[in-house]
Design a protein around this ligand. Structure first.
Ligand code: CP
Length: 357
């Protein structure tokens, strides 16, 4: 059985096949109208969502299947203290596939270990959001006709923005992709993204604090929200909340064929007068989310009996405690497990990928 915890669970060929399937669904929707007849999707959302949950539900309904689930932790037995492991073990008796969002990092990994059916990570804290990344890849492919040879600017909260982490992991696997990382210094990408993803990939990248100077270089501008819910204090959030606001003035030296993306929701980081600019593609991006999730549901159900791809070596470390306060291993009673993630023998928490000493 295969799960989707991060885009690294998929080979590039599998991602390309999924994009091709999504394009076929867009062009020949009727062909898929009964593809998931009698199949059920459980949407377990312990954290709020508009696009991800509703596009998953719309995807399953358009495939002829049905949906069940909850949209907030408060309406589940999590409020009585039930663990993610037990919740998922139970729900996997009632459905054929699970899409789960949870505020704790590594929650999807825990769910996949207990589930009897495929689990899709619909966002786990600040860690990863692979179905947003598949959405982003489909959008870039439809807009540019390729996923290689692109300069991608990522702007905003690159520290807590899980969509950014997942997108860098995915795009760095394509040839000649260059990243421009635009953020305040305090909100730059986590160290492991640089050391484990960007440096080994050989991709060119630079970190800057101003958007104006780099605008002419960009093929893609991926704006992100400052993630208020992930800050350790309100004061820290207020200091950064208006760090980047994209408006017409800032686009004055942008390419004519720039593609402006945003995973949404937006707060104020893209002025609404940009919405009518033909380069703004964030609403199309949200629609693409439904098509790629249709392709993902079909693919994971097809793979139900296949083995997972080879993962990195697992090593149990007794007495190890993850230092990340948002890691699920610090909230639920779980074995502390670390894994080797690179050739230098770096150990990382199996749940949230925080480096282990
Ligand atoms: N992009 C995204 O994940 O949106 P939601 O939080 O509304 O699902």
């Amino acid at each position: 059985m295969r799960h989707l915890l991060d885009t690294t669970d998929l080979t590039l060929d599998e991602i390309d096949e999924m994009i091709s399937l999504a394009v076929d669904i867009i062009e020949n929707g009727d062909k898929y109208a009964e593809a998931c007849k009698r199949k059920k999707l459980a949407t377990l959302f312990f954290e709020p969502s508009t696009r991800t949950r509703l596009s998953f539900e719309a995807a399953m309904l358009e495939l002829g299947g049905s949906v069940l689930g909850f949209s907030e932790a408060a309406s589940s037995s999590a409020t009585k203290g039930e663990s993610v492991s037990d919740t998922v073990r139970i729900v996997s008796n009632y459905a054929d596939i699970i899409a789960m969002r949870h505020p704790l990092e590594g929650a999807a990994q825990v769910a996949s270990a207990k589930s009897l059916i495929p689990v899709i990570n619909a966002g786990d804290g600040g860690h990863a959001h692979p179905t947003q990344t598949l959405t982003d890849l489909l959008t870039i492919f439809r807009e540019k006709g390729r996923l290689e040879n692109l300069t991608v600017g990522l702007c905003g909260d690159l520290k807590f923005g899980r969509t950014v982490h997942s997108l860098i992991k995915a795009m760095s696997r394509y040839k000649k992709v260059r990243f421009v990382l635009i953020s305040p210094k305090e909100l730059s990408v986590p160290e492991y993204i640089i050391s484990d993803v960007l440096k080994p990939s050989g991709c060119e990248y630079k970190e800057v604090t101003s958007i104006e100077d780099v605008m002419p270089e960009l093929d893609i501008l991926y704006m992100t929200r400052i993630q208020r819910e992930r800050f350790y204090s309100q004061e820290e959030y207020l200091r950064h909340k208006d760090a980047f606001i994209l408006n017409k003035e800032k686009l004055h030296n942008a390419n004519e064929d720039l593609t402006i993306m945003h995973p949404l929701p937006r707060v104020n980081e893209i002025s609404t007068d940009i919405d009518s600019d033909p380069r703004a593609k964030y609403f199309e991006q949200a629609l693409n989310g439904k098509y790629i999730r249709m392709a993902l549901i079909l693919t994971l159900l097809k793979w139900k009996d296949s083995e997972p791809a080879e993962t990195s070596k697992m090593i149990t470390i007794n007495g190890y405690e993850c230092t990340n306060p948002h890691c699920i291993s610090n909230h639920e009673n779980l074995p502390q497990v670390s894994k080797v993630t690179d050739n230098r023998g770096t150990f990382r928490c199996i749940y949230c990928e925080t480096r282990t000493k």
